[in-house]
Design a protein around this ligand. Structure first.
Ligand code: ZN
Length: 206
């Protein structure tokens, strides 16, 4: 792509680094911004910068938050003995949108995936195991997507906590295999959370 302006080229190159955005789309976005009032670009840049500088990971559940302990973890009306294990913040948002879940979360930050070089140590697994072993937990709900990586991760964690006398469950598989939680509709996902099944029963079918 030949550019008539170096600054234009630089902006396009930066935007095209984002996933799913090729150079053509990046150019379209940049040209759109150029047609808008300058403030729009200022607000966009400031929002991104502020997000990078101010966002935190909740010390307790590792969810993204503005404060050191997120709103869900500091909410006394939630059941802190029930922990739903999810991959990332999108899953927390999807489950919260159902309005059906009153427990808390533990955000792993990904799934075990040897192909992508992600091992258990890169994920927030130890803090979860520690929480369970402290005796403060009565139920762990596995809510990772039902892909091979999701199942591997569930099973890895399960092996480490199965000695603890807690309930381990998984969300009912009304959600088709391979579906990501964030794409499930709210009704289906809400039902899955309410009708969870013992984890032991789930993995016998693997
Ligand atoms: Zn939290």
């Amino acid at each position: 792509m030949e550019f008539s302006s170096k600054v234009l080229e630089k902006a396009v190159n930066e935007i095209s680094q984002l996933p799913g955005i090729g150079k053509r789309t990046a150019l379209r976005l940049v040209l759109h911004l150029l047609k808008q009032p300058k403030e729009q670009t200022v607000f966009l840049s400031q929002a991104l910068l502020t997000m990078r500088e101010e966002i935190k990971f909740c010390l307790n559940c590792h969810n993204l938050s503005d404060v050191t302990i997120c709103e869900i973890c500091s909410n006394k009306n939630r059941d802190h003995k029930i922990i739903c294990v999810v991959e990332d913040v999108r899953d927390v948002m999807a489950i919260e949108n159902t309005g059906q879940y009153r427990g808390v979360y533990h955000v792993l930050g990904g799934k075990i995936s040897p192909i992508d070089g992600v091992g258990p140590n890169q994920l927030n697994i130890n803090s979860l195991v520690k929480k369970v072993k402290s005796g403060a937990v009565s139920e762990v709900i596995f809510a990772l997507s039902s892909t091979m990586e999701g199942d591997t991760t569930n099973f890895y964690i399960y092996k480490q906590i199965q000695e603890s006398s807690i309930i381990t469950s998984t969300i009912a598989r009304g959600i088709a295999v391979g579906d990501e939680l964030e794409y499930a509709d709210e009704v289906t996902l809400g039902r899955s959370i309410l009708q969870r099944i013992p984890f032991e029963n789930a993995f016998k079918n693997y």
